[in-house]
Design a protein around this ligand. Structure first.
Ligand code: C2E
Ligand code: MG
Ligand code: MG
Length: 667
């Protein structure tokens, strides 16, 4: 049951509740009317007693008045006695209501009994006028009729009280009149009885009217309460819906929409700077993958709590989705530099997660300071800075600056211009030779994509690949490069250098998204080129998503295409994945090769990879040979293949052809 339903239910009146409330109203009215009537009753009694005195019945009158007065005082006391039952309301708990109901009924019975006692005293009025035969009979008759009429007029709420009061006096009057005898008295007695009946009927009808009025009053107020509750419920529901639309369920922080709304609603005075920090957890994916999503959720909740605790005052914080958080604050107001806030947040996230042994999480932060109200712009800049912080490693932060702006513009423009560059062949492929151990015989050629952008100059290959992915041109780019690779393979055949393999790089994303096997094998077949003349270089990251691509690799390897594991030594590849990737070659990453002659550690590592290659029957290429010393060091380690700027830089086909011709001549 939601809040709205509960409130409406609380405002509904059951028949039982309604009956109780009417009864309470009746009792209240009885107490009020009786209390008002008592002085009149006493006054009339006193007058009756005085008349009795004059008639010589002073003693009887005094006795009668004394009894009447005591009963009247008792009745007045009863009316004023404190009474819990009168506290009964629509909100009284059911148990309390039952107790109040009992008390109300008892009080009504008591009031009826007191009225009966008072009526009994008035039934003895004939004793003050010789059984309604003396000269003062008319006075007493009028007084008796008057007081009984008054009782009914006042006692409209609860008929039993006036009935108890009037019955005995009027019956005794009628009885005395009959007893006195004579037609006139008999007729009068009959009239008194009729009068009694009329009063009784009037009392009963009045009570009905009173009850109806009371019922209407309570029903109306219950309806008003129900309407108010429904309105309050609707308002609460609307508030809850608004909260859900703007807040993240898990952490209770704002969500992306709420954050944007809150940020844009904040005034940003001219010259005032706002700071946006965009956070992305390091290592969260591993928590989710290894410990499951429930643990992932717990970690996010805890991170949300820690961020909240470390925020500058008045900061706006949000979880934008996944493991991405954002916070916006005014550095002037808080007096905190964004770098200080970033360090504080990094420290907060680095604290171990209690008893849960999930290893330490980290957080990378991108920061943008600006005096703009456009949160979208700020988010885009902070995102760029975050991307850069992420690539710098865990737990680092980076401010968005001119360099990043240039990088972002480059990425944006390259995405926009790539398709044209492909069509117009501004994009091109260069080749870098791979040599035998001697460092002079070309053993292979690696195709490397090149693009000189009119505004941004040479675009790094990684950014070209990313731009293609963003522009949906991944397959076009792969086919474009494959075409150039095949062109070179044909040329090598013509030159009688078919033993020289051409290697093309295929990124993990290309491998996963495209049917690389089908595309490559079909094209080779169409051009009647032997698959053994082609090598595909894949990076160690590919080994992480091995399940998705294993079949493709197998098909390529079975057809004779050689697989080479690129950048070996800096990634995550396990020994098992070397087999799964069907690798025939390992390319030692240049970070292990450049400066090899100066570093014992690198020497040891290169030696280890060479040993591994030898035991698994894999060829080993050392990339990044930049000096003759490094070449000599590799030669003394008997590294079979070498590649690097010292031996040959990547070059366009036009520069490569003379080199190939020379190589053929030498062969
Ligand atoms: P990679 O496959 O490891 O390629 C070798 C990179 O090292 C090339 O950089 C090359 O120019 C550079 N290099 C070669 N020798 C030396 C040296 O002695 N010293 C130094 N400092 N660098 C050297 P490039 O062309 O910038 O390519 C970078 C990465 O981009 C490549 O690394 C490869 O992973 C990727 N890439 C390049 N072209 C393509 C392509 O057509 N498709 C795909 N998917 N990736 C490509
Ligand atoms: Mg490569
Ligand atoms: Mg490499």
């Amino acid at each position: 049951m939601n809040g709205l339903q509960r409130d409406v239910r609380a405002s509904e009146l059951s028949v039982r509740d309604l009956t109780r409330l009417i009864r309470r109203d009746q009792l209240e009215a009885v107490r009020r009317s009786v209390f008002i009537a008592i002085p009149v009753n006493i006054l009339l009694g006193l007058t009756g007693t005085l008349v009795a005195f004059y008639a010589g019945l002073g003693r009887a009158g005094a006795t009668w008045f004394a009894i009447s007065l005591s009963i009247n005082l008792a009745r007045a006391g009863l009316c004023k006695a404190p009474l819990g039952g009168l506290l009964l309301t629509i909100d009284t708990s059911p148990e309390q209501a039952v107790a109040h109901e009992r008390e109300i009924e008892r009080q009504l019975r008591l009031a009826s009994f007191a009225a009966f006692a008072s009526g009994l005293v008035w039934a003895f009025v004939p004793t003050l006028c010789e059984g309604l035969t003396s000269a003062s009979t008319t006075f007493y008759l009028v007084v008796t009729c008057g007081i009984t009429a008054g009782s009914v007029t006042h006692g409209i709420a609860f008929a039993r009280v006036p009935l108890c009061f009037i019955t005995l006096p009027l019956l005794s009057t009628a009885a005395c009149l009959v007893y006195a005898g004579g037609l006139e008295n008999d007729c009068l007695a009959g009239t008194v009885l009729l009068y009694l009946l009329a009063l009784a009927r009037s009392a009963i009808e009045s009570e009905k009217v009173f009850r109806r009025a009371s019922r209407s009053k309570h029903e109306a107020s219950a309806a008003a309460r129900a309407a108010a509750a429904a309105h309050a419920g609707e308002a609460a529901l609307a508030e809850e819906m608004r909260r859900r639309a703007t807040h993240d369920d898990l952490t209770g922080l704002l969500n992306r929409a709420g954050f944007a709304h809150a940020a844009e609603a904040q005034p940003c005075d001219p010259g005032e700077t706002r700071c946006l920090l965009l956070l992305d957890l390091d290592g969260f994916k591993t928590v989710n993958d290894i410990y499951g999503h429930q643990m992932g959720d717990r970690v996010l909740i805890e991170v949300g709590r820690r961020l909240r605790d470390s925020l500058p005052p008045d900061a706006t914080a949000a979880r934008l989705g996944g493991d991405e958080f954002a916070l916006l604050y005014d550095p002037q107001q808080s007096g905190l530099e964004p770098s200080v806030v970033a360090e504080r947040l990094i420290e907060a996230v680095a604290v171990p997660f209690g008893t849960v042994e999930i290893g330490r999480l980290g957080v990378s932060i991108g920061i943008q300071s600006a005096h703009t109200t456009s949160i979208t712009q700020m988010l885009s800049c902070a995102d760029e800075a975050l991307y850069s912080a992420k690539s710098a490693g865990r737990n680092s932060y980076r401010m968005f600056d001119a360099n990043l702006r240039a990088q972002r513009d480059m990425r944006r423009d390259s995405g926009r211009d790539l398709s044209k560059a492909l069509v117009e062949e501004v994009l091109t492929v260069w080749f870098q030779p791979i040599f035998n151990q001697d460092g002079s015989t070309i053993a292979g050629l690696e195709a490397l994509v090149r693009w000189q952008h009119p505004q941004h100059g040479w675009i790094p290959p990684g950014d070209i690949i990313a731009a293609a992915a963003n522009a949906g041109l991944t397959e076009s780019l792969l086919r474009f490069i494959l075409e150039r690779v095949c062109g070179l393979m044909s040329l090598l055949q013509e030159l009688g250098l078919s033993q020289v393999r051409v290697a093309m790089n295929v990124s993990p994303r290309e491998m996963a998204q495209l049917s690389v096997d089908a595309i490559v094998l079909r094209r080779l077949e169409e051009l009647a080129l032997p698959p053994s003349g082609l090598e595909i270089e894949i990076t160690e990251e590919t080994a992480l998503g091995i399940d998705v691509i294993q079949d493709k690799l197998l098909r390529l390897a079975d057809a004779g295409v050689r697989m080479a594991l690129d950048d070996f030594g800096v990634g995550y590849a396990s020994l098992a994945s070397l087999r799964q990737l069907h690798a025939g070659r390992i390319k030692i990453d240049r970070s292990l090769v450049t400066g090899l002659s100066q570093s014992r550690d690198k020497n040891v590592m290169v030696q280890a990879v060479l040993n591994l290659g030898a035991s698994l029957g894999l060829e080993v290429v050392a990339e990044g040979v930049e000096t003759s010393d490094d070449l000599s060091a590799l030669q003394s380690l008997e590294c079979p293949f070498v590649q690097g700027y010292h031996l040959g830089r990547p070059m366009p086909l036009s520069d490569l052809i003379p080199m190939l011709s020379a190589s053929r001549a030498a062969a």
